[in-house]
Design a protein around this ligand. Structure first.
Ligand SMILES: [Zn+2]
Length: 487
């Protein structure tokens, strides 16, 4: 048994979670569940990043205290993760006392070392990014991420001597092929670091929703410096749990926050004499019918509504089957329903239903005892788990699912080709027993393989096939009528 620590980015709860948040949590959950199935000692963390000017402004717009606002918003995230069966071990909120204390400790440690100093900052600030931009990085004088006008800010600030760690981090990325994945993101960060790294402003004094500096009450700690530390504060740094699980095996993040994770975070860790994480995996974005998610433009879907309509497992399955991990993907309800009908209701659902029906009909609900002698099937079933696991260990979820569906389709074809009713007619009981045993073994292996993706479905199949007397039961996935408007 080895330890395995996986984190998602912690979400900024200025608005309720959307399908992009869902995608990241589901990916992390699948990895965590797969490692647990393998017997690993897994720790899986997620949470919310609750400080910063944007939160303060949203709250004041609603005439709420920031704490009241984030309490309500983070509740929405937690509620959704529960509906989606996200099996995290700890949900960290950056407004928790324990976290804030650790952030102050780390800040102080780096300050005492001489890597944080006071200076003036003058620059263009994007509130949505919570980041300063240099003139050259703007797109038509606007924030390159948000296409919004930036604010001119001049204030006294504490700076983190990040450039000091530039060479060391670049070297680390070059020496460790898997530190940033996939390759495209690795190249992106290498190029960006080579362009030069400026020192980072790590305090703000123009607003107050944040963690106070330990050595200067007038300033609060920059929200990114605060948020990144969640990855160790959730482990109770530097106590027992930290010692057991750190370094993180995977930080799972979106491509928009690569710089903070592959440059800023390693620099903070090096300055604080803490080991670097093993790898940062960057997933793509989900578009909706080809367009970038935008609430104001109405390009959005409500994940809660999708779960209520189609079930959590169907949504989890669709996101991981349809999208190649590490690349951008597309969501449309029409495509979702098509997959639900073809892959889940037809392929998987029918396979299980037909097999259970035959056990009930031909063997009074008892699985016959037979040794699988069919060479083609024996080989396929013996190799199956290793083949799926190989793709899983490379985080190629869609390829793992392709492999699983290959077996499901092979089993469905086997039922059609064998024509079991003919075996019954000819009273060929040996062949019929053999046939059912192959199908049951396939169902067990498939259930195990899909369990990280569709935990409820896997559990329900295993329960049905594990009964003393097996009955055909209800279909796993009812077919959904596709509305014309969704085509
Ligand atoms: Zn921005």
């Amino acid at each position: 048994m080895s330890k395995f620590y996986i984190t998602t980015a912690i979400d900024y709860p200025s608005a309720p979670p959307h399908i992009g948040h869902v995608y990241e949590k589901v990916c992390a959950d699948v990895i965590a569940r797969w490692h647990r199935n393998a017997g690993d000692d897994v720790f899986f963390s997620t949470g919310t990043d609750e400080h910063g000017l944007k939160i303060q402004r949203y709250a004041s717009k609603l005439k709420q205290e920031p704490q009241e606002f984030v309490d309500k918003m983070s509740g929405e995230f937690i509620g959704l993760w529960e509906k989606l069966n996200i099996s995290y071990d700890s949900f960290i909120r950056t407004t928790q006392d324990g976290h804030m204390e650790i952030v102050r400790d780390i800040f102080k440690k780096i300050y005492d070392k001489g890597d944080i100093y006071k200076d003036w900052y003058e620059g263009l600030y994007c509130v949505d990014c919570e980041a300063f931009y240099a003139e050259k990085d703007l797109k038509d004088s606007l924030c390159p991420v948000h296409n919004k006008k930036l604010e001119e800010i001049k204030e006294e600030s504490y700076f983190f001597n990040m450039s000091k760690y530039q060479e060391k981090i670049l070297e680390h990325i070059l020496d460790n092929k898997d530190f940033v994945r996939p390759e495209t993101r690795r190249n992106e960060i290498i190029n960006r670091i080579k362009e030069g790294v400026r020192n980072l402003s790590v305090s703000r004094s123009s607003f107050n929703w944040g963690i106070r500096l330990p050595m200067d009450e007038k300033h609060i700690i920059f929200v990114w410096f605060d948020a990144l530390i969640n990855y160790i504060s959730v482990l109770g740094y530097p106590q027992e749990r930290f010692k057991r699980y750190w370094p993180a095996d995977i930080h799972l993040i979106g491509k928009d926050i690569l710089w903070f994770h592959a440059m800023v975070w390693p620099a903070i860790l090096l300055a604080a004499d803490i080991e670097l994480p093993k790898s940062i995996f960057v997933h793509g974005f989900i578009n909706i019918k080809g367009e970038k998610i935008s609430k104001s433009k109405g390009v959005t879907v409500d994940p809660l509504e999708l779960i209520n309509k189609y079930g959590a497992d169907a949504l989890r399955y669709f996101l991981l089957r349809e999208i190649r991990f590490g690349e951008d993907g597309d969501f449309s309800e029409g495509a979702f329903i098509k997959r639900l009908n073809s892959d889940l209701a037809n392929d998987l659902g029918n396979f299980v239903y037909r097999t259970l029906t035959m056990i009930e009909k031909y063997f009074n609900g008892h699985i016959p005892a037979a040794v699988i002698a069919d060479g083609r099937w024996k080989q396929k079933l013996d190799k199956f788990s290793d083949e799926v696991n190989l793709h899983m260990s490379n985080l190629d979820f869609n390829l793992a699912l392709d492999k699983i569906w290959e077996l499901i389709n092979m089993a469905n074809k086997y039922i059609e080709d064998t024509k079991p009713w003919n075996l019954v007619k000819k009273e060929n009981i040996d062949a019929l027993q053999q046939f059912i045993c192959i199908l049951v073994d396939a169902i067990r292996k498939i259930s195990h393989a899909i369990s990280p993706f569709m935990p409820q479905t896997a559990k329900s199949i295993l329960e049905q096939i594990g009964k003393d007397v097996i009955r055909k039961g209800k279909p796993l996935f009812p077919r959904i009528d596709i509305l014309k408007s969704e085509n």
